[in-house]
Design a protein around this ligand. Sequence first.
Ligand code: ADP
Length: 166
Amino acid sequence: MIKAVYPGSFDPVTNGHIDIIQRGAKIYDEVIVLVAENVSKTPLFSLEERLDMLKEALKDIPNVRIDHFSGLLVEYLKKIDVKIIIRGLRAVSDFEYEFQQALTNKKLYPECETVFLVSDLKYTFLSSSMVKEIAKFGGCIKGLVPDYVAKKLYEKFNIEMENEDR
Ligand code: ADP
């Protein structure tokens, strides 16, 4: 049974993340979506809210599990005896940061491998920060995040959802 961990802040989960998770779940027997508690940027959503949105978004994929951690990713991997980290690559701009992370994790835990899944073309421009920025000003985020997440975003920014297109 080969398991993989997909770590991130998921603040909030987007359709780009979900696409990576769905594809990862076809490759591995189990994908553990791991929410980082100690994100360097102050998150908009609490850990509980981020977990709740992921739970709703991923409820139909049977071989996906959701967990959270604080501390070093490699310590979590060792604890549950998993050696594969999944990350998504959108554009060249992701590369440097991801390369550094992958090499750091390899240094700390030589048996681990980071596997990159290239973003679907339609989500290449999509990030949690961009979605938050659009929602904050009441713009349309349909197709970028699940409806449940869109609702939570507008609630957070006290924006009425009277427009069907939102
Ligand atoms: P982090 O703060 O650790 O980068 P994120 O939640 O922003 O966490 O992203 C988690 C992973 O998902 C990262 O590997 C990131 O590159 C990837 N990712 C984010 N958005 C997309 C997207 N639209 N398509 C594919 N991968 C994505």
